[in-house]
Design a protein around this ligand. Structure first.
Ligand SMILES: [Mg+2]
Length: 394
């Protein structure tokens, strides 16, 4: 089998809000075509216009080859070998950042092709079932422009998630720092107040995580609030500090009564090695696309396993990325949950419309997918409707 064409689509929610903190307002979808009529599907959560350029741009020397031109004509059934080829051949222009994100979307599509060609779901190719079903958590993003509106919206979403059958949920409490939501700037008291309201709404049995989106400027400031949150029995607190403050993360690991989770923006296993070994994070959160695809996410999972850390993948895109997370989790015993933005609670039409099927929830988990590959079907009408830039290399 040979790769014959690589097609990319930049998608945009026509109602997008540039002040929003949701990357689900745009997307890049990658289709990898083969001479046997099998097409693989991938996506990545990054700037889609730049990723599209990364994929189709030509190269003129062995340190900076083009991603599409390196893959065209190759056998798609060996994604790991093609990952290493693409990484090596784009060393000067790729290696981290958007180069790895673009490779991640392509790699996801190659795994989809391999599964379809072999007639097996991707998790079987990743080592087989490590669990009977895949636990999921609802990712809950509130609305509101005041602390009270934000608190009430989030508490209501926690109740809704429970009603939809979720047993775990993550509360986005982003009310201070550089990435606060909706223009809100409040203090640490507001974080504790909102988290407490969510715990009351969700009840004591609900597994609750909190994401503060890099809101604290140093570890001591973060620790003071983590101690106040301890009675709420959080499963983890996500991204307390800027990602490059590795020593600050290590300080929190050593002193915090709550597990620390981070890694949503990391590219490659090498950046996770820093975060795990120097930053000592308890929960590694590779985003399957951004980290470099299923191939590289698998390698991160192996490193986490060897260090006794949990995996909870980040995913804030469409059913494509959710499917990739689900297959990774199915084959990873120490993957505690996958992030799942339920379509019923999603603001983004891309999240709601792009993939035909929605994960089923049974007892707070989703059954192991049984269809070949990633097991997803694109809604072509939605793909066409939201596409603002299309390119193809052949
Ligand atoms: Mg987050």
């Amino acid at each position: 089998m040979k790769i014959t064409a690589i097609e990319t689509f930049v998608l945009l929610d026509p109602g997008y809000d540039p002040s929003a903190c949701s990357s689900a307002q745009d997307d890049i979808v990658v289709l990898v075509h083969t001479d046997e009529g099998i097409t693989g599907i991938g996506e990545v959560d990054t700037n889609p216009w730049v990723a599209q350029t990364m994929i189709h741009a030509r190269g003129t020397h062995v340190l900076g080859l083009g991603l599409a031109e390196m893959l065209l004509g190759q056998d798609p059934l060996q994604p790991e070998a093609l990952w290493d080829r693409a990484y090596t051949g784009s060393l000067m222009t790729g290696r981290r950042g958007l180069g790895i994100c673009a490779m991640g979307a392509l790699d996801m599509a190659l795994w989809d092709i391999r599964g379809k060609a072999l007639g097996q779901p991707c998790w079987k190719q990743l080592g087989g079932a490590a669990k009977p079903s895949i636990p999921v958590y609802a990712s809950l993003l509130p609305t509101g422009r005041t602390v009270a509106e934000y608190r009430d919206s989030l508490a209501a979403k926690a109740r809704q998630a429970k009603e939809l059958g979720f047993r775990a949920g993550k509360m986005e409490i982003c009310v201070k720092g550089p990435y606060s939501h909706n223009g809100i700037q409040a203090g640490d008291d507001a974080i504790v107040e909102i988290a407490t309201a969510c715990r009351e709404a969700a009840g004591p049995e609900f597994v609750m995580m909190v994401d503060v989106c890099y809101c604290w400027s140093n570890a001591k400031e973060a620790l003071a609030v983590l101690r106040r949150l301890e009675p709420l029995d959080l499963f983890f607190l996500e991204t307390p500090l800027q990602l490059d403050d590795l020593d600050g993360h290590a300080y929190l690991h050593d002193h915090s009564p709550v597990r620390i989770a981070a890694g949503e923006l990391q590219n490659t296993r090498f950046e996770f090695l820093d975060l795990m070994d120097r930053g000592k994070i308890d929960v590694a959160q590779p985003d399957v696309g951004r980290v470099g695809g299923i191939t590289e996410a698998r390698r991160v999972c192996d490193l986490a396993r060897d260090r006794g850390r949990l995996i909870v993948p980040h995913c804030w895109k469409t059913g494509i990325g959710i499917a990739a997370s689900a297959h990774l989790s199915a084959a990873t015993a120490h993957c505690a949950y996958i992030e799942f933005l339920p379509a019923a609670l999603a603001e983004s039409p891309l999240r709601r419309d792009l993939v035909v099927e929605e994960l089923r929830l049974v007892g707070g988990a989703t059954p192991l997918p049984q269809s070949p590959g990633l097991g997803i079907e694109l809604n072509r009408e939605a793909l066409d409707r939201y596409t603002v830039a299309h390119q193809v290399s052949r």
